[in-house]
Design a protein. Structure first.
Length: 327
């Protein structure tokens, strides 16, 4: 950018990022809670600590975990995406529809990624151009994408058959493929957010958007980019979910947005943006998975499970943010 003296103004990376270094304390707290909770559950029912049950927990949280990685990126940058459940629904619906007419698996995968990216681009473009709150925009697109999923499926269940089992129903040695995909996506997002310029700029945007803009960051462009990256991650979650279930319905993604946001917040990602740990997000997903599994093996009635789970989420968030509130 030229200045008044004919030179140029160099783009400067922000020197500090709000709260970026506070993730390890949150992660240590969650790890302590998980270990303590695991000991108590094992005392109540030794079946909990069996390798089969532990692998089952990881498999059950894999789709939510992948989605949480994408949501965490958006939240760290100062945004919010309530439409990811509908993006999952529409992506799975399109994939199942294409499979039902005999399309090649690679073409189906490519189209599903493009569909998710279009949804993410629409979210990011409207938010960056309009300046409206991400909460309101993505609440609106949630309904739009959900309606599109209903149109694609005509409100019916579409079976995929046996041609798309790799990501959801196969194992690599003893590790289920959904768990492996979750670990790969989680590692990739963690490396990107902590070790690349893109990650530093997303943290900077969430910490102080005006300061990030004044330091030379094209905030509008990066808003669109982070929603597209989120959609790319969500497309992977959709493939894993469809592969696991073997069929698609227009509301199959319902609830994943709330689970993912809750997991990210428990993991230390703030709704204000600029702070968060992807390791903490993994532990947040794991904590909710352990609680859900424990309620099942301890025989707690399904009528009470949502109440218990919601109460624990509230307590965990309040406790984890107690130090910040005190400061």
């Amino acid at each position: 950018m030229p200045n008044s003296r004919g030179g140029s103004i160099k783009t400067v990376e922000p020197a500090t990022v709000k709260g970026k270094g506070k993730g390890p304390n949150q992660s240590l707290f969650l790890l302590t809670v998980i270990i303590g909770l695991g000991i108590l559950i094992t005392i109540a029912n030794p079946q909990f600590i069996s390798s089969r049950n532990l692998i089952n927990i990881l498999q059950q949280i894999s789709v939510t975990g992948i989605a949480t990685m994408g949501v965490a990126m958006v939240m760290i940058s100062g945004g919010l995406d309530l439409s990811i459940g509908s993006i999952i629904s529409v992506t799975c619906s399109v994939m199942a529809k294409l499979f039902s007419i005999g399309m090649n698996v690679w073409i189906v995968v490519l189209v599903s990624v493009l569909v998710a990216l279009v949804c993410g681009f629409i979210n990011g473009f409207i938010i960056s151009r309009s300046g409206c709150a991400p909460f309101i925009i993505t609440l609106g697109t949630l309904s739009i994408y959900q309606g599109f999923a209903l149109v694609v499926t005509s409100g019916r269940i579409i079976n995929v058959g046996a041609g798309f089992e790799l990501l959801g129903r196969t194992n690599l040695n003893i590790i289920p493929m959904p768990v492996l995909v979750f670990l790969v996506i989680g590692t990739a997002v963690t490396v990107m957010m902590n070790l690349t310029r893109l990650g530093r700029r997303l943290f900077a945007m969430g910490g102080n958007e005006e300061a990030a803009y004044l330091s030379g960051i094209n905030v509008g462009r990066y808003k669109v980019l982070v929603y597209c990256l989120n959609a790319l991650v969500i497309s992977v979650a959709s493939m894993v979910l469809l592969s696991r279930l073997g069929s698609a319905n227009p509301v199959m993604g319902s609830g994943y947005e709330l689970q993912s946001i809750a997991s990210a917040v428990i993991g230390g990602v703030t709704l204000d943006g600029g702070k968060g740990s992807l390791v903490g997000c993994f532990l947040g997903v794991l904590l909710l998975g352990i609680i859900s599994n424990a309620l099942n093996i301890l025989g707690v009635s399904p009528f009470y499970q949502n109440m218990v789970l919601g109460t624990i989420i509230v307590i965990a968030v309040v406790v984890s943010n107690f130090g910040k509130n005190k400061r």
